[in-house]
Design a protein around this ligand. Structure first.
Ligand SMILES: Nc1nc2c(ncn2[C@@H]2O[C@H](COP(=O)(O)OP(=O)(O)OP(=O)(O)O)[C@@H](O)[C@H]2O)c(=O)[nH]1
Length: 663
């Protein structure tokens, strides 16, 4: 247990202060409304919501490692309460984005309100028509490390969390991170061992892990299969019995926490809110504590699971508000919305999103800049966690420098640009925010390696790079290779313990740069897919960094510049140059591809001259076939970027992203 306690202390860092400060702020409830009989399932009117005082409300989240079954469990609970129809033909109801369905991950947290009759004895609720009804707000959360910001947001509105653990896989890296987020938010945690239908399920071992790592009493864990439905009937009773109701002052002026916001083309900005004190009615005037702006409440309601107008939301309830905000920039996540002209204490805010990965986004066809600009603007309306600034590259023309929470976040943004807005995008090698100090003592944060060149007269005196604390869980036979991988990536071991007889936990401090490209893939491949990995931001460390340029026929390509560790420059340079050689097509003249640090060339390849004749194999005189081939070639040319005199295909930029920066 001593090991577990030490581990817990060392893991506490993951807590997001805003999240648990809120639950502390909500500690002294005063209940105004008395509990009453309940409305029928499904039929929700504003007057009926008033029948749910805080003691009849439970706000909870589901947290888990990726793929342990959060969204499936959420679906089952929505079905069980009649909120959605059984077999509605669309699994993972709360995963609404196309990219979420395709990748099977949750990116944006969603909320749904359910109604559930519950009696305090062991009889099934169906045998007790007079059993009281409860209003349950289920807040689905993303599972991936990049989106832990969304997790902390969701937790701030909850008093409890279902901690879902796969019965076969057991506790994984993200189970640990999410547990501590919930624990430090003072949430009541209900452990759920899911997927017990699997032949390899070992619930006893998972119980033992929960005890060892989190000191959770094994008898508290519920055993379920979200797939077969086994054990699911225990979940909602446990939610009602074990999770406290939301505290808040029913008779105070309205005060609510802004949990999330998105832009709807027809209705404007829709804010998800948790009402902490008082009641909010349609027509009320509300103000934002952050901006001081006032708004009129045009529509208010619950997510049941679609937007369902109720005209009112009471203390402890979670729902949506439409108030004529023009852009999500006005709807700051974590802001307090309150009754206009009243002085209220703002609720503790959230930790602002930190951008850890930056990349340039350029239209594949230069003339599509306006279309890309429009697409990015629309997408950031719904994803305020992306930062966007315009930038210009000599190689790629006009584009944008975007900051993301992590690499998956970047990928998802990219995919959404293409899928939802049809944008064809070239993105540059991702980079992390470095800090450089010049000889004159001035410091700059560098988010674009090419920007370093704009200060040629200044000598760089020192540089710092962001680091992370990574938690890796692996079967013990893989410890050796993983330790090697981490030290190759300039990692510093912080902890090495066993979580059970078969699995080890490693903690490393690693430069963020070393994990943003390819680390996870490599970790997965050397551990046959068994490793799980999570990380949290840590401090900056001083480092020996250099800017590496890529030159084509002697011309630096600004969009391909990158910052690397001095000792790795040669290897990375060679790899980049070899990769480019494969992707740049031969042209009518010789092309030299070089990697250089300052004026020193560290890698070089030459591509000999050739003319590609697409008609070479087209014997005979079929003119339509010839035309088709020429058309195809023309189409191909469109996807080329001309740098100086060299055409670079779009794929070359994509491939560069994959180049390991540290092998
Ligand atoms: N055998 C079995 N499979 C399950 C069960 N619950 C979920 N699954 C499957 O596990 C996979 C992952 O489930 P999800 O519900 O998408 O997992 P998630 O935790 O929401 O994943 P993220 O949204 O990526 O965080 C899906 O293929 C589900 O069908 C279960 O109880 N038994």
């Amino acid at each position: 247990m001593a090991g577990a306690a030490a581990f817990r202390r060392s893991t506490r860092r993951v807590f997001r202060p805003g999240a648990y400060a809120l639950s502390r702020a909500l500690q002294h409830p005063e209940r105004l409304l008395s509990s009453q009989a309940s409305p029928d399932r499904g039929g929700v009117l504003g007057s009926e919501l008033g029948l749910y005082p805080p003691e009849r409300i439970r706000n909870f989240s589901i947290i888990a490692h990726v793929d342990h079954g959060k969204s499936t469990l959420a679906d089952r609970l929505l079905e069980l309460t009649g909120t959605i129809k059984k077999g509605h033909g669309q699994p993972q109801y709360l995963d609404k984005l196309q990219v979420e369905r395709e990748r099977g991950i949750t990116v944006k947290a969603q909320t749904a309100t359910m109604f559930y009759r519950h009696a305090n004895n062991q009889l099934p609720a169906s045998d007790q028509p007079d059993a009281p009804s409860y209003l349950l707000n289920l807040i689905d959360t993303p599972g991936h490390v990049d989106f832990s910001y969304e997790v902390s947001r969701s937790l701030a509105a909850c008093q409890g969390a279902l901690l879902v653990v796969d019965a076969a896989q057991g506790v994984q890296a993200q189970t640990i991170a999410n547990f501590y987020l919930a624990f430090e938010s003072n949430l009541s945690i209900i452990p759920i061992i899911n997927k017990i239908d699997q032949p390899t399920a070992d619930p006893d071992n998972v119980r033992a892990q929960l005890k060892r790592l989190f000191d959770i009493d094994p008898s508290e864990a519920l055993l379920t299969s979200a797939k077969t439905g086994q054990g699911l009937s225990q979940v909602l009773p446990a939610v009602i019995e074990r999770i406290p109701s939301p505290p808040g002052k029913c008779d105070s002026p309205v005060r609510m926490l802004l949990l999330d916001s998105y832009y709807d083309e027809y209705r404007g900005v829709i804010c998800h809110v948790a009402v902490v004190d008082g009641a909010l009615h349609k027509g009320d005037k509300i103000a934002s504590a952050a901006t001081g702006r006032t708004y009129e409440v045009l529509d208010v309601g619950i997510m049941h699971p679609e937007l369902t107008p109720t005209g009112v939301l009471y203390t402890g309830q979670v729902g949506y508000v439409i108030s004529g905000m023009r852009s999500t920039k006005e709807a700051r996540i974590g802001d307090t919305l309150h009754q206009a002209k009243s002085t209220v204490e703002p609720l503790p805010g959230f930790k602002p999103a930190r951008h850890m990965v930056f990349s340039g986004l350029y239209p594949a066809d230069g003339s599509d800049f306006d279309a890309l600009s429009h697409a990015i603007e629309k997408l950031t309306c719904n994803d305020a966690s992306v930062s966007v600034t315009k930038e210009t590259s000599t190689a790629l023309g006009m584009g944008f420098r975007c900051g993301f929470l992590g690499l998956l976040h970047m990928d998802v943004f990219h995919q959404r640009l293409e899928q939802e807005h049809g944008a064809q995008v070239i993105s540059t090698i991702p980079t992390v925010p470095y800090i450089f100090e010049y000889g004159d003592g001035s410091k700059v944060q560098v988010e674009n390696p090419a920007a370093l060149a704009s200060n040629p007269g200044k000598r760089i005196a020192a540089c710092w790079e962001p680091t992370v604390i990574a938690t890796i869980i692996i079967p013990s036979e893989y410890v050796g290779p993983v330790i090697m991988l981490c030290s190759e990536r300039r990692g510093e071991q912080q902890e090495y313990t066993f979580i059970d007889a078969q699995r080890a936990l490693l903690k490393y401090r690693l430069p963020l740069r070393e994990i943003i490209v390819d680390f996870y893939n490599e970790l997965k491949s050397i551990t046959s897919g068994y490793a799980t990995f999570d990380y949290e931001d840590s401090e900056y460390q001083q480092s020996d960094l250099v800017k590496m340029d890529i030159l084509l026929n002697g011309q630096p390509v600004d969009a391909m510049a990158t910052i690397v560790h001095n000792q790795k420059a040669q290897r990375v340079g060679r790899e980049l140059v070899e990769k480019l050689k494969k992707f740049i097509e031969r042209q009518m003249f010789e092309i030299t591809i070089q990697a250089a640090v300052g004026s020193k060339v560290i890698a070089r390849e030459t591509l000999s001259a050739m003319r590609k004749n697409v008609l070479a194999k087209c014997y005979g005189g079929d003119i339509t076939r010839k035309k088709k081939l020429l058309e195809k070639q023309k189409e191909g040319k469109k996807r080329m970027k001309r740098v100086g005199s060299v055409d670079i295909p779009q794929e070359a930029f994509h491939e560069l992203l994959k180049v390991s920066n540290s092998k």
